[in-house]
Design a protein around this ligand. Structure first.
Ligand code: FCB
Length: 480
């Protein structure tokens, strides 16, 4: 792809030396089950997501990740696409069951080989790989033994992580243990809308605890192995605001914040459990040895923050254990997933992390939006101005955070490709690149070009009015 017009690059040098410096990671993110397809190929073991998606009634239209973006067979082409888009970094996840079909024990060389080649391909194009070890596709064999509710899983996960560190640790500079443990427990064990589809107020806090133990044990294994890179955790954070000044709404907001935001970070950074949680869960709250909480408090090299929206909360007795529910912001712009577009809250959440947890290096490891794109590619174009505006406004928040001295070192757009949005299936399109699922043709959208213009102007193009940014993106596309 052509570079941003010289005119734009020259006239928009970064205005502030703290804006995006060399070395700032500019990337895009994906996850294995959402893009790879071929879930059982070459000896891979079945995952909980494969099982869940194949259970009637679990996903929109019964859609599965069987084909997805066919990335398992098209990885070289997709890495070529990333290079063409000028991406500097790529965050992807490993399907645990491709490497260890039973979750532990024998290594499947073919599955490992796929990721080994992917890393080499990325490096050969100058793209920094950031590897997530767990993005929700647990080997089904481990689920049969209790999954995240079995205390032994901390050890199983560390064993798997060690296999990956040994195989790729010489080339992968950045590792993430878990993606969004809150979603794993809330959607998977409490609400039953993600794999493994349980609805249990008893299981959810146990799964949360063992996820964090697994994370910490993998971090220790990484350090013990003396690998050169860095390791961290990715959480999804959502500032919570009360729907009114009614004390009941204010308390409901605090509970939601404890449940979603602090449940995972307070133990990791401070070795404590937010006080609201035992109250909320009552008799279902498990008591774990203090030693385990101490073990969870293991230094991370960085924190990955996934940000999509904020939550406006009201007290709601019918929604245990949090007893709060979201109030849809009817006057706000919302994405296809119903999430309010609220870029200020990205800045708020980054400030909050610094204030509450100290000066840990931060990466925005996911940020993006599903909008209803034009139904087909016309003349090679997919115009997605709402998504361009989403990235433009959220990247302004990122830039502002840097100007405030927050140690923010990179940004990953979600997602590189339109993909399988879990239980919502294929209707939700988050990609910078449009995927025609019938032909698997990839077409970069306006947002892919606008993202490049923003990067190549050192962020200066963030100050352009939307119309001008769209024009610059279109100029880039036309020359591509
Ligand atoms: C995040 C997930 C990611 C994707 C986006 C839209 O919670 O990590 O896989 O589904 O939401």
């Amino acid at each position: 792809m052509a570079e941003a017009p010289q005119k734009l690059r020259g006239s928009h040098a970064p205005q502030d030396p703290r804006d995006f410096p060399d070395g700032f990671l500019w990337g895009a993110a994906t996850a294995a089950y959402q893009i790879e397809g071929s879930p059982l190929a070459d000896g891979a073991g079945e995952s909980t997501w494969h099982r869940f998606a194949h259970t009637p009634g679990r996903t929109a239209n019964g859609e599965t990740g069987d084909l997805a973006c066919d990335h398992y067979r098209r990885a070289p082409e997709d890495v070529g696409l990333m290079a063409r888009l000028g991406l500097g970094a790529y965050r992807f996840s490993i399907a645990w069951g491709r490497v260890l079909p039973e979750g532990r024990g024998a290594i499947n060389a073919a599955g490992l080989g796929f990721y080994d080649r992917l890393v080499d391909l990325l490096l050969s194009r100058g793209i920094t790989p950031l590897v997530t070890l767990y993005h929700w596709d647990l080997p089904a064999a481990l689920d049969d033994r209790g999954g995240w509710c079995n205390p032994d899983i901390a050890h199983w996960f560390a064993e798997y992580a060690t296999v990956m560190f040994r195989a790729l640790g010489d080339r992968v500079p950045m590792w993430v243990t878990l993606n969004e443990p809150w979603v794993v427990t809330d959607a998977g064990y409490l609400c039953g809308v993600h794999a493994p589809g349980h609805r249990s107020v008893h299981e959810a806090p146990r799964a949360a605890h063992h996820l964090l133990r697994a994370h910490a044990e993998a971090v220790r294994a990484f350090r013990a192995g003396g690998h050169p890179g860095q390791i961290g955790l990715v959480v999804n954070l959502e500032p919570k605001d009360p729907a009114s000044d009614d004390p009941a709404d204010i308390e409901a907001t605090a509970r939601s914040d404890a449940y979603m935001n602090r449940q995972y970070l307070d133990p990791v950074f401070h070795g404590v459990t937010p006080p609201e949680l035992p109250d909320m869960f009552g008799g279902a709250w498990p008591v774990f040895p203090d030693r385990e909480l101490e073990e969870i408090r293991e230094r991370v090299d960085f924190l990955g923050v996934n940000y999509y929206t904020r939550g406006v909360m009201r007290h709601d007795e019918t929604n245990p254990p949090v007893r709060a529910s979201h109030v849809p912001q009817v006057q706000a712009l919302r994405t296809e997933t119903g999430w309010e577009v609220h870029p200020e809250s990205l800045l708020r959440v980054l400030r909050w992390v610094r204030e509450r947890y100290g000066p840990v290096p931060i990466y925005v490891t996911e940020n993006g939006a599903a909008f209803r794109d034009p139904p087909s590619v016309i003349d090679g174009r997919v115009d997605d101005p709402l998504r361009v505006d989403y990235f433009r406004t959220h990247l302004r928040a990122v830039r502002q955070a840097r100007r405030e001295g927050i140690d923010l070192r990179g940004y990953f757009a979600w997602s590189l490709l339109d993909n399988y949005e879990w239980a919502a299936g294929y209707a939700m399109r988050f990609g910078l690149v449009h995927v025609d699922y019938a032909t698997q043709a990839r077409t970069p959208k306006s947002s892919a070009y606008a993202y490049r213009v923003i990067r190549e102007t050192g962020g200066a193009a963030l100050d352009l009015p939307l119309g001008e940014l769209l024009r610059a993106a279109e100029e880039l596309r036309a020359r591509d």
